[in-house]
Design a protein around this ligand. Structure first.
Ligand code: DQA
Length: 149
């Protein structure tokens, strides 16, 4: 599949701190290590990736809009914006490519304020609770969905 569109892997606030941030919840794997693992898994599935992180909500909106044109599917860990961002919800609704909500932790098993997901109300599906492996499962789902479209 030489012309296969890449999988966009978009990361929200504080995920740049993975490795040292609350390791008892998020583990000790860094975002850079997750990027390498995602690229390897995607390559096995015949896809490239575009991997980005931002602490700025609007930047994530802009990248989702870009993904609407350029991506085969999107893996989105929106971090805390998952629970608050109408703008991210609307950006997902505005694009035709499937978006997979992804989390290292299982927000449903945590504080009440994490039980609402505005991203999840617009996303195709959710993968959460498997640590860094959540990203690899999401890449597999993304590749399957991209192949269907
Ligand atoms: C997270 C879960 C969110 O509730 C939290 O705000 C994060 C990380 C996760 O990957 O488990 O920043 O998205």
């Amino acid at each position: 599949m030489p012309d296969a569109k890449p999988i966009y892997v978009l990361n929200g606030p504080n995920l740049n701190l993975l490795g040292t941030r609350e390791p008892e919840i998020y583990g000790r794997v860094t975002l850079a290590e997750i990027e390498v693992a995602c690229a390897e898994r995607a390559a096995q599935l015949g896809r490239g990736i575009v991997f980005r992180q931002s602490n700025i909500e609007g930047e994530l909106v802009t990248w989702l809009q870009e993904a609407g044109d350029k991506a085969g599917a999107v893996v989105l860990n929106a971090g805390a914006y998952t629970h608050t961002s109408v703008a991210l919800h609307d950006a997902i609704k505005a694009i035709a490519v499937p978006v997979i909500e992804t989390h290292l932790s299982n927000p449903t098993a945590r504080e009440d304020f994490r039980h609402v997901s505005l991203v999840g109300k617009a996303a195709k599906g959710v993968i959460a609770g498997f640590g860094a492996t959540s990203y690899l499962l999401a890449i597999e789902a993304a590749a399957l969905l991209a192949n269907e479209s």
